[in-house]
Design a protein around this ligand. Structure first.
Ligand code: ADP
Length: 359
């Protein structure tokens, strides 16, 4: 075994891999101190800050006794023993390891080769995890900022709105036409500002403190069809669905996601054409959904931009809206560890895709 594994072909193949790969031998399946290194590729040797002569053929106990001194290290070595004895694969997820020279977070899995032998795969994700944590903190700050800003903006806006109402009651129709128009503009602008602030508040509240649960997407679509019954009837919209999955998710958020995509499919329809919306799902990357319409379509150069908050491709006179629907959708999808994207041919229609992870 040792000769074969340290032979040229295998060494060259595994040494060059970007992932850490190592093979362990467990001669005594009842003794975790018997675990030996058979082979470690360059990535693992680098992480250990050792060379092959110091490691190959030696026991972990001799080379890295500190691994036996803390719970995390013991759990990993116990997994080598268990898999070598019982077979199978164990995904250990994230494992923290440190000695006097290295400290890091590793993604680690252990796999059975044959009785007494396992191989391990290791990826150093320390930097990735650090970046993820920083991003998470930044996102929380941003969300707090959006909440505070929109919350604080509401107060002066309430004052403006009530003063405009007084002006309307007191003076509308009693002054010249231009003054009436100005009062109307202020009133409409303050209503619009209120809608935008509410949308921003909703946005910063998405997913807050909610628990995922089992959700039948077919039921969600039925509820949305009832909610949108009037507009569906007025526009002669046809909504077709295939059998959709039951999945783990945030109920209100997923409903909002589907509702935004369906409403957009209806809203951005071509003149003289009844909207047809086809909804389907396939079991890829968790679940990948497709919401397809036969509407005006989207110029490919705006494929990314439309998912940003307050981005719109039309004036509100052409199509009503605040430009926040797709930003909501993106946030909901990301809360489900998925992504959202669009494929579209202007003048023919758009297909919005999003994935929802199963965990
Ligand atoms: P809103 O609908 O309020 O404008 P959204 O964030 O939902 O905001 O959408 C952003 C922009 O993306 C829309 O203004 C529109 O230009 C474009 N868009 C979204 N969905 C569609 C669709 N199904 N067909 C064509 N254009 C769309």
């Amino acid at each position: 075994m040792k000769d074969l594994l340290t032979s040229d072909i295998l060494t060259k193949t595994f040494d060059g891999l970007p992932t850490g790969v190592g093979i362990f031998h467990v001669p005594d399946l009842d003794d975790i101190e018997s675990v030996r290194y058979v082979y470690m590729n360059n990535v693992i040797l680098y992480e250990m800050r050792k060379n092959r002569e110091e490691v190959f053929g030696k026991r972990i106990m001799e080379v890295a006794p500190e691994a036996y001194e803390h719970e995390g290290g013991l759990a990993v070595i116990e997994t080598y023993r268990k898999v070598a004895a019982e077979g199978g694969n164990v995904d250990l997820g994230l494992v923290e390891y440190s000695n006097h020279m290295v400290a890091g977070i590793y993604e680690c899995s252990v796999h059975f080769i044959k009785p007494h032998y396992v191989y391990v795969m290791l990826r150093n994700v320390t930097e990735l995890e650090k970046a993820k944590n920083e991003l998470e903190i930044k996102n929380q700050e941003l969300s707090r900022f959006a909440y505070m800003a929109s919350h604080d903006l509401k107060e002066p806006l309430r004052t403006i709105s009530s003063l405009v109402q007084i002006l309307e009651i007191k003076y509308k129709g009693k002054l010249d036409a231009e003054s009436d128009k100005i009062i109307d503009y202020i009133s409409q602008a303050s209503i619009r500002l209120k809608d935008l602030i509410d949308a921003l508040l909703d946005y910063s509240n998405i997913g807050k403190g909610k628990m995922k649960k089992e959700i039948d997407c077919n039921e969600i679509i039925e509820v949305i069809k009832e909610d949108l019954a009037v507009v569906i009837k007025e526009t002669n919209t046809i909504i077709n669905t295939t059998d959709l999955p039951v999945l783990l998710g945030l109920e209100a958020e997923l409903r909002m996601l589907f509702q935004n995509l369906i409403s957009n499919g209806i809203k951005f329809s071509k003149a003289e054409t009844s909207p047809i919306i086809n909804i389907s799902a396939s079991h890829e990357n968790g679940w990948t959904f497709k919401v397809e319409d036969n509407g005006i379509g989207i110029d490919p150069k705006y494929k990314e931009k439309i998912f940003s908050i307050f981005e719109r491709l039309h004036t509100k006179e052409e199509y009503e809206g605040a430009g926040i629907g797709l930003a909501h959708c993106k946030k909901v999808v990301e809360l489900h560890n998925g992504r959202i994207w669009v494929e579209s041919t202007p003048g023919i229609g758009s297909s919005f895709y999003f994935s929802i992870s199963e965990s």
